[in-house]
Design a protein around this ligand. Structure first.
Ligand code: KG4
Ligand code: ZN
Length: 340
């Protein structure tokens, strides 16, 4: 099929995103977040997120169209996240996407949220080389993937987290450190004034007998919480900057070490780092250093495309459309706990 404009809708968590992509090119996107409404609860409240999507859906689509200089009638296909994610939140996005696709008489594509994160990078750096290793690090996922053709081949999981996701670890420790929600960016900011060698937090699954590409962050999370608690029990102020820098160092070290090792083992020349935690400055700088040393090309999408957005879902829809993939039936349902 030819050069149609694909509208992508993302609503799996607390961001309502709409993006417009044609032939691999981002034409415009818009985002609304309910993050502030969840802040006082210390995490995303599913009911609040779903209501916020309902509130933001139409304005966000309208804004994306305006930014792209397009009209509703220019949309040639609709792509929408069907999972994984919060079920109420996904349902709002899917209902909106179905309505648009049906009323415009255009195909609808269901998109896996993680495939969206992978495809985000294509909007900045062009088509992904086949194969490439992708490290997805977000609040819900930490996975190392071997990706071939996103539109045709299944994504191979080399390893996943056995417990907490890296972003979740940042979010939870930040709370114990008294930093604001969401914790990842707050840890990143606090770490600027800290010493990454101040505390040696444990790193799990790095021994010779361990699953080489699995991750575990519950140990470092507990250790960081205990470390902060120790100061409180002694009535001392927690040296948050040092704790944040040391935590960030421990997490970034294991993520980048395993990602580069996977590239080496599978003879892959490109590493793509995506997901919210790819915005972390230490993850970025360590990945840059280690990839350069190993002769691996590193691709990281710009910060705005690293976190949840509609453009990345449109990017997958565009790949599916151009590959001639079968559209989803209008009865398609959400798959909140979708495996990749
Ligand atoms: O991809 P994303 O927006 O949503 C999903 O989880 O799918 O990722 C959000 C996660 C949160 O845990 C947030 O704390 C983390 O990404 N994050 C960061 C940074 N920016 C966002 N973690 C560390 N450093 C950052 N600069
Ligand atoms: Zn995400």
């Amino acid at each position: 099929m030819g050069a149609a404009v694909v509208l992508g809708i993302e609503s799996s968590c607390d961001e309502t995103g709409a993006g417009l992509v044609r032939e691999g090119r981002l034409l415009g996107h818009a985002l609304a977040s309910s993050m502030d409404e969840h802040a006082r609860f210390g995490g995303v409240v599913p009911e609040i997120a779903a209501r916020a999507h309902l509130h933001s859906f139409t304005p966000v689509v309208r804004q994306a169209l305006d930014r792209a200089g397009l009209r509703m009638s220019d949309i040639g296909a609709v792509a929408v996240t069907t999972g994984p994610g919060l079920s109420g939140a996904l349902q709002v996005g899917l209902a909106g996407a179905k309505t648009l696709a049906y009323s415009l008489g255009v195909p609808l594509y269901g998109v896996h949220h993680l495939a969206g994160h992978v495809a985000a990078d294509t909007l900045e750096h062009g088509p992904l080389p086949d194969p490439c290793v992708v490290l997805i690090v977000s609040g819900g996922h930490t996975s190392l993937l071997l990706v071939r053709d996103l539109a045709r081949d299944p994504i191979v999981h080399l390893g996943d987290t056995l417990d907490d996701a890296a972003g979740e670890c940042f979010d939870k420790v930040a709370r114990v450190f008294g930093l604001p929600y969401p914790g990842g960016p707050a840890v990143d900011r606090a770490a600027r004034d800290g010493d990454p060698r101040a505390v040696r937090f444990p790193q799990a699954l790095t021994g010779p007998g361990d699953d080489p590409y699995a991750f575990s962050f519950s140990g470092v999370k507990t250790a960081a919480a205990r470390w902060a608690e120790g100061y409180r029990l002694r009535g001392e102020e927690v040296p948050v900057a040092d704790g944040a820098a040391s935590l960030q160092e421990a997490v970034a070290d294991v993520l980048t070490r395993k990602a580069v090792a996977a590239c080496r083992e599978f003879g892959v020349g490109t590493l793509v780092v995506v997901g919210g935690v790819a915005a972390n400055s230490r993850v970025r700088s360590l990945a840059e250093r280690r990839c350069a040393a190993a002769g691996i090309t590193l691709r990281v999408p710009p910060r705005g495309l690293c976190t949840d957005n509609g453009a990345m879902i449109a990017a997958v829809g565009d790949l599916l459309l151009r590959a001639g993939a079968e559209p989803a039936p209008l009865e398609v349902s959400i798959d909140p706990s979708a495996p990749l």
